[in-house]
Design a protein around this ligand. Structure first.
Ligand SMILES: Cc1ncc(COP(=O)(O)O)c(C=O)c1O
Length: 455
């Protein structure tokens, strides 16, 4: 059985949900059990539209570390987003995919010297810092850099906190501005990050107010402080839409109060999970199971072993404090539920995805679907024990493809990446068409070959 080529986009005649798409692929590839993601790029686009609608003054710079998938980067570059890069590798990747240097902020306050040199070589001017040693280092390597001072926030209500590692407190921030003036470095603004998975809009409001104070101080020293970077931390799972709207309203109001639009001030943000979390649904296969009798209750209980785990896509369980929720795709009885644990495929005992949940009984070969798996999953996954983790398969309906295809076709020749566009002749009513879909051979389905070779 042939697999879809890497980076292929399946363009469907009809609109599918990720669940429907996954079910179709499973039905078609009966013997193929490798884990895969159904990636809904239209969802990424809808997130962008919602962002610019709800926070029109705040230009998003997608945090590439969250998920460095080339098709997400291509789409966001096409839609006009900027990028937050944390390293030489991310800067190179984003620029290779067609984004210009002025759309990038190098938002890592502690950088390797050779990466600062690289940023200079390729023209990425804007970068963050939060301590004197970094300031002196940048002065030596890249004296013309445009610096953004990262201040500390109260991130006690965030799922992943950063303030123990990054950010200058208010006193230190003022001293850093004094030092920058003394050594003639250019500070253009202030940034902060309220923690990833921030649970209160107040954290953003307080940080905006603190940023204003530091920017006022900088202006008094003679700096032209015109960039405010409100970081990441915005929610991205399905079901968090109202909370995102609440944060947006609070941010807009705080900006209005402290940073009224004077035509000079520029506001940016570094959202990561907001853009990608809900766009990725992961399909995993049950490769082994163990049936046991609970010694206390006498009831049957189960352990399932699936083919992606905490060293692969589910590293978010360890690093991102994520609690994934299984959706079982079994033809068995869905009514009766059993105490269950779900484990990854490696030989390590730490490789556990769910310790104890109630789900229907599954069989070897059944599939489990995991929604909201786009953030901090693939980007930190490894093939521990030689085991692969979920591979993305992108899908979108024809009408959406027609409006964004230039995103995947207009990469300058020097930036070409192997992307192949496929058409899925989908129609739910006829067996012939179902047969038509069976092979998934690129040559049979290529509608338009966007960019085919890399240099
Ligand atoms: C500097 C910086 N900006 C942005 C982000 C993205 O955060 P989130 O995915 O919560 O939006 C991170 C996450 O680690 C970060 O460290």
């Amino acid at each position: 059985m042939h697999l879809i080529k890497d980076n292929s986009i399946v363009v469907t005649k009809n609109q599918y949900t990720a669940e429907e798409f996954i079910q179709k692929k499973i039905d078609l590839l009966k013997d193929e059990v490798e884990p895969f993601y159904a990636v809904d790029l239209e969802d990424v686009c809808n997130k962008h539209i919602r962002w610019i609608t709800l926070m029109p003054r705040v230009k998003p710079h997608y945090a590439v570390k969250c998920n460095d998938d080339i098709n997400v980067i291509k789409l966001l570059a096409y839609l006009g987003a900027g990028f937050d890069c944390a390293s030489k590798g991310e800067i190179k990747k984003v620029m290779d995919l067609g984004a210009s240097a002025d759309r990038i902020i190098y938002a890592n306050p502690c950088k390797q010297s050779s990466y600062i040199r690289y940023a200079q070589e390729v023209g990425v001017e804007t970068m963050t810092f939060d301590n004197e040693q970094e300031l002196m280092k940048i002065k030596q390597i890249y004296p013309n850099a445009k610096l953004v001072l990262r201040i500390v926030t109260d991130d006690s209500n965030a799922v992943c906190r950063f303030s123990m590692k990054f950010g200058a407190d208010m006193n230190t921030a003022r001293k850093l501005l004094d030092k920058a003036q003394e050594i003639d470095m250019r500070i253009i603004g202030v940034s902060f990050h309220c923690g990833s998975g921030q649970m209160t809009s107040k954290a953003f409001v307080d940080a905006i107010q603190n940023a204003r104070m530091i920017m006022n101080y900088g202006n008094k020293l003679g700096f032209d402080m015109h960039l405010l970077d409100i970081g990441g931390g915005f929610p991205g799972n399905t079901g968090t839409e109202d909370y995102f709207a609440e944060i947006s309203a609070a941010v807009n109001q705080a900006l209005e109060e402290h940073f009224p639009d004077d035509g000079h001030i520029k506001i940016i943000a570094e959202p990561g999970r907001y853009y990608v979390a809900s766009a990725y649904a992961l399909a995993t296969n049950v490769i082994a199971l163990r049936e046991m009798v609970d010694s206390e209750t006498g009831n049957l209980k189960y352990m399932y072993y699936i083919n992606d785990g905490v060293y692969g896509s589910f590293n978010c369980v360890l690093y991102d404090h994520y609690v994934p929720e299984p959706h079982v795709l079994t033809k068995g009885d869905l009514n009766e539920k059993y105490t269950t644990s779900i484990w990854g495929p490696t030989c390590d005992g730490l490789d556990c995805i769910n310790k104890s949940i109630q789900i229907p009984k599954l069989n070897i070969g059944d599939w489990i679907l995991w929604k909201n798996m786009g953030a901090y999953t693939i980007s930190a996954a490894v093939q521990f024990n030689g085991l692969p983790y979920g591979k993305p398969i992108y899908f979108m309906p024809k009408h959406f493809w027609d409006s964004v295809k230039a995103a995947f076709q207009s990469i300058p020749r020097k930036h070409q990446v192997d992307t192949c566009i496929m058409r899925l002749n989908s129609c739910d009513c006829s067996n012939e068409v179902e047969d038509d879909m069976l092979p998934w051979i690129p040559e049979d389905f290529i509608e338009e070959a966007a960019v085919v070779t890399s240099q």
